[in-house]
Ligand binder design. Structure first.
Ligand SMILES: Cc1cc2nc3c(=O)[nH]c(=O)nc-3n(C[C@H](O)[C@H](O)[C@H](O)COP(=O)(O)OP(=O)(O)OC[C@H]3O[C@@H](n4cnc5c(N)ncnc54)[C@H](O)[C@@H]3O)c2cc1C
Length: 316
């Protein structure tokens, strides 16, 4: 691990100001950042520990939604009785990820920003445009079984690994931030994560130093909330494909996919086809898919997983 300095921030704007320094990074639960520092994929020179900012409450908004403090742990969020009752897809997605111990440390903001699990990103001996811009992508033409089938580019085929992000996308969450000048922003989750294009190292809409302070959920949507994750092992594995859905009695609904793209993948136009079934929805959701030979299996797997989700909703 490379040497770094460390401070504990006491107020959000001061934290943002400190993080605007080149080489500085926020430290939340540390479950992703510290792992990456140990293998020198991330080499920050200064860490700003943001866990003492008191931004961990989950509160009702005046619009009837929920405001989740950036540092609410994944355990607290998944267990919150309002989340379990009104946003079941979020609770289910979170408990489908990682392990109990990790979820006790991992935070809402840290989960939103966790980095890809592309094996070439983790291997500092391999070229990776996301780790070192302009060096090339070893995943293209390499081992790509876990990697993206849609929204990828000639520079990157990595996926976003988060389960929580997929549920946040189907619920139309908003990410709230504060910048080093104290200005706040509300970024719709649809615009928060970026596709790789030719700058795969720029993963989100955040500006230098900008601190996530909360994530807001709109009023609950009625319907059956389902999160279905397909993975290599029954637990403790990232999604090959996942489906977050909220489905109504008449078969209409919303759906987002995990494990297929650089961001949680939702195409609102595809949802018009929900009552016609999984094949029709998948045809639009993955219309622009460019799978590799290794991961072409993900396209039929999405359709089958979605079919299982629709059938669960029918019998719920
Ligand atoms: C073995 C293992 C298995 C896992 N399995 C899964 C899984 O199946 N599904 C899944 O979804 N996840 C899984 N995870 C990932 C885990 O969910 C993430 O590591 C965790 O959510 C990151 O949260 P954190 O608070 O620890 O973030 P950190 O590691 O502290 O931070 C992550 C990033 O976010 C930045 N950051 C943190 N807070 C803020 C903020 N407020 N504003 C701006 N930037 C910020 C940090 O600078 C850093 O770049 C797994 C992790 C491990 C180690």
């Amino acid at each position: 691990m490379k040497a770094f300095t460390y401070e504990r921030a006491k107020d959000p704007v001061a934290a943002a100001r400190a993080a605007a320094r080149p080489g500085a990074k926020f430290l939340a639960g540390g479950t992703n950042l510290l792992d990456l520092m140990k293998i020198e994929v991330e080499t920050p020179t200064h860490l700003i520990d943001v866990q003492d900012l008191g931004l961990d409450r989950i509160e009702k908004t005046k619009e009837g939604g929920l405001r989740i403090g950036a540092f609410a742990t994944n355990t607290a969020l998944a267990a919150d009785e309002r989340v379990r009752r009104d946003y079941g897809v979020l609770s289910r997605a979170i408990v489908a990820g990682a392990s109990g111990q990790l979820r006790n440390k991992a935070t809402t903001a840290g989960n939103l920003l966790q980095r890809t699990r592309c094996p070439y990103f983790y291997d500092t001996n391999m070229a990776c445009n996301k780790r070192r811009p302009g060096t090339g992508c070893s995943a293209i033409g390499g081992y790509s079984r876990q990697l993206a089938v849609v929204g990828s580019s000639n520079d990157c085929i990595a996926t976003n690994p988060s389960d929580m992000n997929v549920a946040m996308r189907v619920l139309d969450a908003t990410v709230e931030t504060v910048n080093p000048e104290g200005r706040t922003r509300a970024i719709p989750i649809a615009d928060f994560h970026r596709l790789p294009g030719n700058t795969p190292h720029i993963e989100t809409a955040l500006q230098p130093g900008e601190l996530i302070t909360a994530v807001t959920l709109p009023r609950p949507i009625r319907g059956t909330h389902i999160y279905e994750k397909v993975r290599d092992r029954a637990s403790y594995a990232f999604a090959l494909v996942s489906v977050a859905a909220v489905i109504q009695k008449d078969g209409t609904g919303r759906v987002a996919l995990g494990g297929v793209a650089h961001k949680p993948w939702r195409v609102e136009a595809a949802e018009a086809a929900m009552p016609q079934g999984a094949r029709a929805v998948t045809a639009t959701l993955l219309a622009d898919a460019r799978p590799t030979q290794d991961n072409a299996y993900k396209v039929p797997l999405v359709e089958r997983t979605l079919a299982a989700v629709i059938s669960q909703a029918r019998t719920a």
